[in-house]
Ligand binder design. Structure first.
Ligand SMILES: Nc1ncnc2c1ncn2[C@@H]1O[C@H](COP(=O)(O)OP(=O)(O)O)[C@@H](O)[C@H]1O
Ligand SMILES: O=C(CO)[C@H](O)[C@H](O)COP(=O)(O)O
Length: 565
């Protein structure tokens, strides 16, 4: 009997399900659902860096996408042996005693503090700084040491500490907190003991300072110095964590009925999108997998022999088994990549939304058509024009820190900047400068891995930008001075999740073998262009000068936070 698995991938804007043949990784059906409340900008305040998502968006998407792929594929329910869920992270959700998201319980329906705190929410910059300060000065273990030495406001404890201080009611009603990947896995699973539930090693290790060497999460003593509520919460979290080749439970009857499946389907331990994306793109040692979308995540795996006692500085963590069980998973990334260009698009379309849409010059239907035409073609036209601009022409210098800097050396307080503007600067010049900036930010990450002794022989790109923008990929190959191949799959993270599902269902003995058999093929390859490489190196020097200037000026604000503690 043929066997199938489902990978469910929660991205920033949408969730997608793929139904995959375990024999060869062929995709039989796929379905995408956009988050409705999120699309309307509900519960978010970008000016305050607040990005919250309502769990109903996720649950509706789950039901729609999985039902779609089951129906469209036409395969029998009993042949679907396993499901694995990957999500963004750190995206924690407060839950009640039964593991139900607080915002799905009476009184909290409209409260953003009771919702999922999306990875890119940076409302807890002060709390992250407080955690860093304490970790370095409390006299005990520096719990940030396997997280690159710097805790980020994108992560678990900083976010919870912030909400607990903001919202007494949520603090008192949240029995526990769950990463998004654990929450959805728990929702589907028949294993309903919250404390014993198998939480994701990937999420806990990269974002919650969980590490075997100190017996799990940071100690109660450390947490109580931050806030007694965190020390109390620790008792209601978890001690052990699990890799995504393991079974979390079976599909519960309620969800089996809703999805048209049976309770024989196994639910695999959850993981993050970037890590499963790496598995979907056949990750192996000395290969850098770049997941290039809204943000980037840069994933590598290395053996214990290579890493030994070393702690790789300034990255988002090194976690045993976060990608492939038995190997150390290393994560780095940029807090904004495609988002830098999305920001610029928003700036340029301001008159469209605020003047054209209020104008009486044309009728509503024409306005709508025009708006869509501009929105749909803007990036493409800017790309065509930017490609034509020679590097010898005065191009502004920009920084990619529009949403802070994730790595190397997390500093979410940093802001972007553009210099070298002149009266001759046109929109495509700025676009080209922004593309250069995101590629220079990428080079800083590659340099850091190599400086820390993690050698990169191969770069693989996956994600929306890798597949949609040859211009960015060519610029990146020139800036890195390395060839880059692009994985052919449109859904590498979901495919990676499906690969984990196949292992947990016992179809393959391990993730490596499953990834080789089921992982994505490759399509385009970009090679560095010798005549451009040197010119980009010169521009990168100017990027570095602007970066140093901006960072030096931001340090004073960081100092103020620490001094106020
Ligand atoms: N042709 C393009 N050129 C440059 N950037 C693009 C292009 N198409 C999409 N993007 C950017 O890609 C990002 C979305 O990436 P995607 O991988 O599809 O989503 P996600 O990051 O949510 O998984 C957006 O920030 C968007 O601005
Ligand atoms: O940090 C992460 C994983 O560790 C986030 O999940 C990721 O950056 C968000 O991904 P995307 O750009 O695909 O929405």
């Amino acid at each position: 009997m043929k066997k199938y698995v489902i990978g469910l991938d929660y991205g920033t804007d949408s969730v997608r399900a793929v139904l995959i043949d375990t024999e060869n990784g062929a995709e039989l059906a796929t379905s995408v659902s956009y988050y409705q409340r999120w699309k309307q900008g509900k519960f978010c305040q970008p000016e305050k860096n607040q990005f919250r998502q309502h769990p109903s968006d996720h649950i509706e998407g789950l039901q729609q996408t999985i039902s779609d792929v089951v129906r469209e594929s036409g395969v029998a329910a009993e042949t679907i042996v396993s499901i694995c869920i990957d999500t963004t992270g750190s995206s924690p959700i407060p839950v009640n005693r039964d593991g139900i998201a607080l915002s799905l319980t009476p009184g909290f329906e409209e409260n953003p503090n009771a919702m999922m705190v999306l990875w890119k929410d940076h409302t807890s910059i002060n709390e992250a700084e407080e955690i860093n300060h304490l970790a370095r000065n409390w006299g005990g273990e520096d719990y940030t040491k396997f997280e690159g030495g710097i805790y980020s406001s994108e992560w678990f404890w900083a976010k919870i500490l912030h909400i607990n201080r903001q919202d007494e009611e949520v603090k008192n009603s949240a029995y526990s907190w769950m990463e998004h990947c654990d929450y959805i896995t728990f929702l589907l699973s028949d294993h309903q003991d919250l404390k014993a539930f198998k939480r994701s090693r990937c999420a806990a290790g990269h974002k919650a300072m969980w590490h075997e060497s100190w017996g799990g999460l940071p100690s109660k003593e450390f947490l109580s110095l931050l806030d007694p509520s965190l020390a109390e919460l620790r008792d209601r979290l978890y001690d052990k964590t699990y890799t995504s080749d393991e079974v979390a439970g079976n599909l519960n009857q309620e969800w089996a009925t809703k999805l048209g499946l049976t309770p024989n389907t196994v639910i695999t331990v959850g993981t993050f999108d970037a890590h499963s994306g790496a598995v979907g793109a056949k990750v192996e040692e000395n290969t850098l997998i770049r997941i290039m979308g809204t943000s980037t995540c840069d994933i590598m795996v290395a053996s214990n022999e290579v890493i030994q006692e070393k702690t790789v500085k300034g990255i988002c963590g090194q976690v045993n088994g976060s990608v492939i069980p038995g190997l150390i998973g290393l994560e780095a990334g940029q807090s904004a990549f495609g988002d830098v260009l999305a920001w610029y698009k928003n700036i340029l379309t301001w008159p469209v939304h605020n003047i054209l849409m209020n104008s009486n010059a044309i009728d509503d239907n024409q306005k709508q058509l025009l708006k869509e035409e501009i929105e749909n073609n803007l990036i493409r036209n800017l790309t065509l024009e930017a490609e034509k601009i020679p590097l010898s022409e005065a191009i502004p210098i920009a920084l990619d820190w529009i949403n802070g800097r994730r790595t190397p050396d997390a500093n979410q307080e940093l802001k972007a900047a553009i210099s070298n503007l002149s009266l001759g600067t046109k929109a495509p010049h700025i676009f080209k400068a922004l593309v250069n900036a995101i590629c220079f930010g990428s080079k800083k990450i590659v340099d850091r891995f190599e400086e820390e002794g993690v050698k990169i022989n191969k770069v693989i790109g996956i994600g929306g930008v890798a597949r949609k923008s040859p211009f960015i990929m060519q610029t990146l190959a020139n800036v890195l001075n390395m060839p880059i191949v692009v994985a052919a799959s449109d859904q590498a993270p979901a495919l990676g999740a499906a690969i984990y599902a196949a292992v947990s269902a016992g179809i393959y003995p391990n993730v490596q073998e499953a990834s080789r058999k089921m992982g994505s093929d490759f399509e385009a390859e970009y090679f560095p262009q010798a005549d451009q490489v040197e010119k980009y190196a010169e521009l990168m020097n100017q990027y570095q000068i602007l970066a140093d200037f901006t960072e030096n000026n931001t340090q004073s604000k960081k100092k103020q936070i620490v001094e106020s503690l």
